[in-house]
Write a protein that binds this ligand. Sequence first.
Ligand code: FES
Length: 274
Amino acid sequence: MYRILKKQELSPGILEYDIEAPRVAKKALPGQFIVLRVNEEGERVPLTIADFDREKGIVTILFQVVGASTGLLASLKEGDSILDFVGPLGQPSELSDHMGTVVFVGGGIGVAPVYPIARAAHELGNKVISILGAKTKDILIFEERMRAISDEVLITTDDGSYGIKGFVTNAIEELIKRGEKIDQVTAIGPGVMMKSVAEATRPYGIKTVVSLNPIMVDGTGMCGGCRVQVGEETKFACVDGPEFDGHLVDFHGLMARGRMYRTQEAKEKDHICN
Ligand code: FES
């Protein structure tokens, strides 16, 4: 069993848990994820690792309450335990000390998984520019943490309540317009956001990495549930990813598959909540 050592609500409906998971923490690398199951009846939920502390044996996860499983997870309290916590899974981010200027883009809750990757890139001596996007100021997360490991932070809100009014792509355009030489963009967030980022960088030939979070079942490459078309190849996000070349990902197919289970998810949520 994996104990919840700390529970924090970062903004309405967005929760951060510190989980006691020493073996996962020991091996975790930026960009990887875990799959958890709250109890015997619970479904498997893949969540990207938002942070880890090898010495204390803690893995931090962050999630937004959107359905039955995240609702069940949110009902737990500090001191409660999770039945399964499997990981670290997936390929770690490709990082080096000669990446140059890297722009890290986090949309909504996607800022959390961006954080350990950006921190590692920063620690390796690369220039880190972070773009954090949210619908509104109240639900912006991780601002202070990202400022601490970034050379520059740009914030965008859809309603203009903080930072640049608009989307993360507006901030990318600003950087390009001012002549910033960008060597790589790494974007994590909703599919539609990552697709827009890839389209914004494509004309400039800027390497763009996206981290996908499709439906996953086993998380070990056996079920095919997380398959995604990347260029000419079919890849499994759980073992080949979660990071892929954003210019090659078939976002249309990815988002269509994500919508397939909405009716069942709503029914299950009703079942658990009523
Ligand atoms: Fe089953 Fe990836 S989750 S193959």
